[in-house]
Design a protein around this ligand. Structure first.
Ligand SMILES: [Fe+2]
Length: 428
């Protein structure tokens, strides 16, 4: 089923509505209550105790088979405030629609007042959609419009959606968006659902939940956060709030991602900084703005070739920024964050130096910047070029295509995919 953002009228209107001078100053500012650090769980428990009557204290914990092990971290706090709870651990990667229905069924059987999502992006996004289906069973998930469309009228049954991320990168905990997979399409398509009522009410950033994140997920989710912050800084939905947060986020990631990747849980300082950076990156992109075409390219590529979201969107980050550089100088403001002096250089040389530095950074944590170098999984040249039509089609119909600084067409998407095979510099 097509989504609202695949409509031609919306696509035609966006270059006008999306201009920075117009859209940027219309950008909303949605943020959860964020509790950070070792005392976060206790503070939230006390808040729930004070605001939910004893009879209504029922929480459904949503998690998956891997992140279920973290439930023990919250159990003592729930017992402390006499909150009854049940665990539903049926979340699957990529959020197929069938699992959302299963989660809603678990809600209907238990009638919780609180949903606690413990996990990565798929868990958070499933929890958001389960909440919608529980509260509004007839709601078509693919036709949820952002706030200009209509209010959803959630929080009639659920008082708090609580997000506890166990990765540092997806940022779904502070995002108004959820990515789900429409399995009725062939191949299945990742679809973005955006509405401010999907935002978690409370986010808990406790480093205990991320300290043992394996190296691959540390780099993939960290690179996703970088793609959020850099992609959003160079799109046309910006305003001074998000320019500030995105710049700080990029600085933090440049400083702490390598350490976090290299030392893992032994470097809790780097872990904590990456945890805050990824939440901040989502706040400055999916939460309130849009991360730009590298996310459209990455969504399409990741879905068709089963590449991790963070690896896919960071691969296309240099291409997305170079494509936009034709019509904006916003990338120049990011040069100092990568230690690049901007004086006495031609614009073209500066751009090439900036893009090379960005690629070097991605390589420094063993990310990829061209398709032929991807290791997880290896993609053959023949297979890649055979799927070009589908790659272009999915990218073209991705929601974030509406918000690039420079409008893009199918032919340009095709060229970017072709250039990305072996890492050519975007010259059009
Ligand atoms: Fe992302």
């Amino acid at each position: 089923m097509p989504t609202w953002y695949e409509s031609q009228i919306i696509k035609d209107l966006m270059p006008i509505l999306g201009a920075r001078a117009v859209r940027g100053l219309e950008t909303n500012f949605f943020l959860s209550r964020i509790y950070t650090g070792k005392s976060a769980l206790l503070k939230v428990a006390r808040y729930l105790e004070a605001t939910i009557s004893k009879e209504e204290r029922k929480a459904l914990i949503i998690t998956d088979s891997f992140t279920k092990k973290f439930v023990k971290n919250v159990e003592d706090f729930l017992k402390l405030i006499e909150m009854d709870y049940k665990i539903w651990s049926g979340v699957l990667p990529e959020v197929p629609v069938s699992t959302i229905d299963e989660g809603a069924k678990a809600c209907n059987e238990y009638n919780p007042k609180v949903i606690i999502a413990i996990g990565g992006g798929s868990v958070m996004d499933t929890a958001k959609m389960v909440m919608v289906k529980y509260e509004k069973p007839k709601q078509n998930l693919f036709m949820i419009l952002p706030s200009i469309g209509a209010a959803l009228g959630l929080r009639q049954k659920i008082k708090y959606l609580i997000a506890i991320p166990t990765t540092a990168g997806t940022g779904s905990e502070t995002a108004t968006a959820a990515l789900i997979t429409d399995t009725s399409r062939d191949p299945p398509k990742k679809v973005e659902v955006v509405h401010e009522e999907l935002l978690a009410d409370i986010t808990i950033l406790d480093p205990e939940f991320v300290k043992d994140l394996p190296p691959f997920l540390t780099k993939a989710t960290g690179l996703d956060a970088l793609a959020h912050a850099m992609g959003s800084f160079t799109t046309n939905w910006g305003n001074p709030y998000f320019d500030a947060t995105n710049k700080t986020t990029i600085e933090e990631i440049v400083k702490y991602l390598s350490r976090s990747y290299k030392y893992g849980g032994k470097d809790i300082e780097a872990r904590s900084h990456m945890q805050i950076a990824s939440t901040w990156a989502a706040f400055g992109s999916y939460g309130n703005m849009a991360p730009g075409i590298n996310h459209a390219l990455g969504h399409s590529f990741g879905k068709i070739f089963s590449v991790h979201h963070g690896i896919a969107v960071s691969l296309f980050l240099p291409y997305g920024i170079t494509f936009k550089a034709k019509v904006t100088d916003r990338w120049i403001e990011l040069c100092p964050l990568f230690g690049i002096p901007t004086e006495n250089k031609s614009r073209d040389n500066l751009l090439r130096e900036f893009i090379q530095k960005l690629k070097n950074f991605i390589h420094s944590v063993e990310g990829s910047t061209c398709v032929k170098d991807i290791k997880e999984p290896i993609v053959s040249k023949q297979n890649y070029f055979e799927k070009l039509d589908k790659l272009v089609d999915y990218a073209m119909n991705d929601a974030v295509t509406l918000t690039t600084y420079r409008p893009i067409n199918e032919e340009q998407y095709r060229k970017i995919f072709e250039y990305a095979w072996d890492g050519r510099f975007i010259d059009f």
